[in-house]
Design a protein. Structure first.
Length: 123
């Protein structure tokens, strides 16, 4: 019988936890954790999932799609609105868009301000 585990937190390394938390807060509408600070910030979702951002000295952003500096993880988000509209809003918030887009009509690969790749999927 497999373990019955429930995902409770995801934490991303970054150079500026408060700035990265602000980006994801604006993108998702999640609530900022009240104890967020310059070394560790977080966002809470109603169901208890916590997304954390921890300061790492000499942080090096992933180099997607090449693996010179591996991505280590990526997050996927479903969007209900048009992919073009969601992409435009995220780019306005500070996301980046790599040139390589494997299936741009079905999903988009963007990078957050710290360089972590994430995908937008049609909802």
């Amino acid at each position: 019988m497999p373990l019955q585990m429930k995902l409770s937190a995801i934490t991303l390394d970054c150079p500026d936890p408060l700035a990265l938390a602000a980006f994801y807060q604006q993108a998702t509408g999640l609530e900022r954790h009240p104890k967020s600070n310059a070394d560790f910030a977080g966002l809470n979702r109603e169901d208890g999932l916590f997304i954390g951002f921890q300061r790492v000295d000499d942080y090096r952003a992933p180099s997607w799609p090449d693996q010179t500096i591996p991505q280590q993880l990526h997050i996927c988000f479903k969007v209900e609105e048009d992919l073009d509209e969601a992409e435009a809003q995220l780019l306005e918030l500070g996301a980046g868009k790599p040139d390589h887009q494997p299936l741009e009509d079905k999903w988009r690969v963007l990078t957050d301000p710290a360089g972590h790749p994430f995908c937008l999927l049609r909802g």
